[in-house]
Write a protein that binds this ligand. Structure first.
Ligand SMILES: [Zn+2]
Length: 458
């Protein structure tokens, strides 16, 4: 409890540092020489490293990709991974998003909660450990990333340039109690080319807005003679959830679904799948008909990848999730953009090659792929137990480690898990207008982080 008292003494300095950091608009901008993510992130990094130097920490700026500050001695290092970049403020603010305003309860601004506030809470936890002269067996290093929101190239650069790998640590960029499992995420494009003959021809097909969102709208446009259009409208309008209307020179088909986050496609209703199912028995040209039927039968509105042969599952994190997020087609090709997430104890090799092979059988080629590996640290691992002990002791709350379908910053370097800063039941404010953080919770986090760092490093 000595540490908590020491942290309390830093309250004014913490608020001042956070307020100043919030005044720097650290949204990614165009790259400049020596500033890979633009002016704002580099300026915020320089500001934080200056604060650390004033506190007497050892610092390093790694090419304006990221920087770090360190205390203590020892061969091994415990890391805290925070980020200084922010997403754009967006519309709908009642306060200045870059004003750093503080009142008697809260501190306001883009980044207050994600992730400048939590990063600065950890920083002053380090200061309290240093000021008390507590003995450490390991060094404590705080890593300041500047590209978490737009690709995590910051930490990739740290790793590529020989940055030291921590023996353990945490990122204050998730939620409590602790996230020890994150599904692996793949975003993959599959494309098929086809030819069309006959009177009814596809000219345009489109559905969805993003890989990781269940599409709520899909549409397809065909050319055909007016008499045929009339027949198609009569036969299919209102069937299988399709709206079919005659257009100038053909027909247009529209389907509606229900939007949901791509990590939980079972909560939505896939408009593209609905469109494919609806079009399946249309009198289409043979190659296109085969293509549509394949997507309808093997993907359809299935959120688990059953029909594509990759319905993996484990005890810790449940089922693989499968979302057909975007479809883009024209008169000669169809591209499907998928977001699928495999269980935490499985790997890329357990699903991606199988999916590609099954698509290949139907004439689709893999045209783009982006993979973020799964993360899983057994709950019995000593450092996980230490973090959970600190959380239980300092908050009086219960709860164990969790697995999630989303990905956190923890994936960007080894031996890190997400620990805080959001408490169970807190409202979501990250990335929304009017982001703020309660000063009381800011201080509470600093105390938890101070104790956690000390126990991991002592
Ligand atoms: Zn964040």
């Amino acid at each position: 409890m000595e540490l908590a008292k020491q942290v309390e003494l830093e309250k004014e300095a913490m608020l001042k540092t956070l307020s100043e950091a919030l005044k720097i608009k650290s949204v990614q901008g165009p790259a400049e020489p020596g500033k890979p993510f633009g002016e704002g992130p580099a300026r915020c990094l320089e500001y934080m490293l200056n604060v650390c130097r004033d506190l007497g920490f050892k610092t390093k700026n790694v090419d304006n990709y990221m920087g770090w500050a360190e205390i203590g001695e020892g061969d091994e290092m415990v890391a805290i991974l925070g980020h200084l970049d922010v997403v754009p403020e967006g519309k709908g603010w009642e306060k200045d998003p870059y004003g750093g305003e503080i009142d008697d309860k809260n501190i306001y601004g883009r980044g207050a909660l994600d992730d400048k506030g939590p990063t600065i809470a950890a920083l002053y936890g380090m200061k309290a450990i240093k000021d008390l002269g507590l003995p450490l067996k390991r060094r404590i290093r705080i890593l300041f990333g500047t590209n978490e929101e737009t690709g995590s190239l910051d930490m990739a650069h740290y790793m590529e340039t020989g940055g030291e790998v921590p023996v353990c640590g945490f990122t204050p960029d998730g939620e409590y109690p602790l996230i020890n499992g994150e599904k692996g995420i793949l975003e993959s494009d599959y494309t098929k080319h086809f030819t069309q003959q006959g009177d009814l021809k596809l000219v345009h097909l489109h559905g969805g807005t993003a890989y990781n969102v269940v599409p709520s709208l899909a549409e397809a446009e065909f050319t055909c003679p007016a008499a045929m259009a009339e027949k198609l409208v009569a036969r299919y309008d209102g069937k299988n959830g399709m709206t079919v209307e005659a257009t100038d020179g053909g027909v247009k088909v529209t389907t509606h679904g229900k939007e949901a986050h791509g990590a939980h496609p079972e909560l939505g209703e896939n408009a593209i799948g609905k469109l494919m199912i609806g079009l399946k028995d249309w009198p289409l040209s043979p190659e296109l008909k085969e293509t549509i039927a394949f997507v309808a039968d093997h993907i359809g509105m299935d959120p688990y990848g059953v029909g594509m042969g990759i319905a993996l599952e484990d005890k810790v994190s449940g089922k693989l999730s499968f979302n057909l997020g975007i479809a883009e087609g024209d008169s000669t090709q169809l591209t499907l953009k998928l977001n699928y997430r495999y269980p935490v104890t499985k790997s890329y090799d357990d699903c991606a090659p199988v999916l590609t092979e099954n698509f290949k059988k139907a004439g689709f080629e893999l045209t783009a792929e982006n993979h973020k590996r799964a993360l899983f640290v057994d709950e019995k691992t000593p450092y996980i137990q230490t973090l959970l002990d600190v959380y239980h002791e300092l908050t009086g709350l219960e709860g164990g480690a969790m697995s999630i379908g989303g990905g956190t910053y923890a994936k960007s370097i080894p031996n890190i898990v997400a620990f805080g800063p959001i408490f169970p039941g807190d409202t979501v404010r990250e990335h929304l207008p009017n982001e703020f953080w309660e000063i009381e919770i800011f201080m509470k986090n600093a105390k938890i982080y101070a104790e956690a760092m000390y126990r991991l490093a002592k």
